[in-house]
Design a protein around this ligand. Structure first.
Ligand SMILES: [Zn+2]
Ligand SMILES: [Zn+2]
Length: 339
């Protein structure tokens, strides 16, 4: 029997329902799990996404041909029933549940289980076959509570202030930055300063009704501004660019899951690293696999060297790697996974 969802050179394809999921080359119809660049590609005839994702996709893809579904709503494509369920990754992120002749497959896209005030919490969806991500699929990845990391960011800012420096925090512009701003809400005396590339994403989240800390654009401030003690949020690509010169005295930090490994911080020439990730860590990945009830696991993204043997030997499941084109632009360009 043909697979309900199969890997093709254009993306994951459901032949019975004639649609793709997170296609990376032009197709007639694709579901999009969320707005990150490795999942949302331009050039498709028809996009389907969760309602909360629409504003992000319009921005990132510049397209109008987007159809939306509410979380939990069921729709038929041929005799295949499709529904979207929260993935807890970023605003509007969705898992895709596909049911055909009594068989259920779930594709998580990127997901996490940790609390995040900017999106609906991950929903466990039971299935026969579970396609999940393996971005941080090593036991060394164990996320601290985000409240503790936020407290460290605030301490670091205060230390920078005492030294007459600005505190420049690099964080991915879609999802991560807004999550940090939501966690900072009520904890900062002065507005958080934003790099220009952050403006649109922050605005979209605010329009969606998500409460974020007050912000101010760096560009709107006069040349002579004293930046000491100011917390600045910028995309990782701004590090060491000419843009940083205006701050004169500053420290640089990165918020990323990769910061769990000290070597990554040193290599990137950062004073500080904060372990904040929008992906599942090892424990929650394994817990989620178990809760899905699936007997067969297909893993996308990253390195499955630890995951697949664990699932097979410890949990007695059938597990394989799916070689998709998904990467992790939101986590880091130079993702040197040296676990
Ligand atoms: Zn993502
Ligand atoms: Zn991804």
């Amino acid at each position: 029997m043909a697979e309900l969802i199969a890997l093709t050179d254009r993306g994951l394809y459901c032949a019975a329902g004639d649609f793709f999921i997170d296609a990376w080359k032009p197709v007639h119809r694709t579901f999009v799990t969320h707005g990150h660049g490795d999942h949302a590609h331009a050039g498709m005839d028809e996009y389907w996404c969760a309602q909360e994702s629409e504003g992000i996709l319009r921005w990132r893809l510049g397209t109008q041909n987007i159809r939306t579904m509410e979380y939990g709503e069921r729709r038929y494509f041929g005799d295949v029933c499709v529904s979207l369920h929260p993935a807890g990754h970023i605003l509007g992120s969705a898992q895709v549940r596909v049911e055909h002749q009594g068989e259920v497959w779930v594709f998580t896209g990127d997901f996490k289980r940790d609390t995040d005030p900017t999106c609906a919490p991950f929903e466990v969806v039971t299935c026969n076959v579970f396609i999940c991500e393996a971005t941080f699929a090593f036991p060394v990845y164990a996320w601290p509570d985000i409240k503790d990391e936020i407290a460290k960011i605030l301490q670091w800012r205060a230390q920078c202030e005492a030294q007459g420096k600005a505190a420049i925090l690099y964080a991915y512009g879609l999802g991560k930055s807004q999550r940090i701003l939501a966690e900072l809400e009520g904890h900062t005396a002065q507005p958080v300063l934003l790099h220009g590339a952050m403006a649109r994403g922050v605005e979209i989240y605010r329009q969606a009704g998500i409460r974020l800390a007050a912000t101010e654009m760096v560009l709107d401030l006069p040349e002579a501004t004293d930046f000491s003690g100011r917390l600045v949020l910028a995309p990782p690509s701004a590090q060491d660019s000419a843009w940083t010169r205006r701050f004169r005295h500053f420290e640089q930090a990165l918020a990323s899951g990769w910061m769990q490994l000290r070597g990554n911080r040193r290599r990137r020439n950062l004073q500080r690293g904060f372990v904040i990730s929008d992906h599942a860590d090892w424990r929650s990945l394994i817990a989620t696999v178990r809760e899905s009830g699936a007997q067969r696991i297909l893993a996308t993204h990253g390195n499955t060297d630890a995951l697949i043997p664990y699932l097979e030997r410890e949990l007695g499941l059938s597990a394989e790697r799916l070689r998709t084109a998904y990467g992790d632009e939101e986590e880091l360009a130079d993702a040197e996974v040296s676990a």
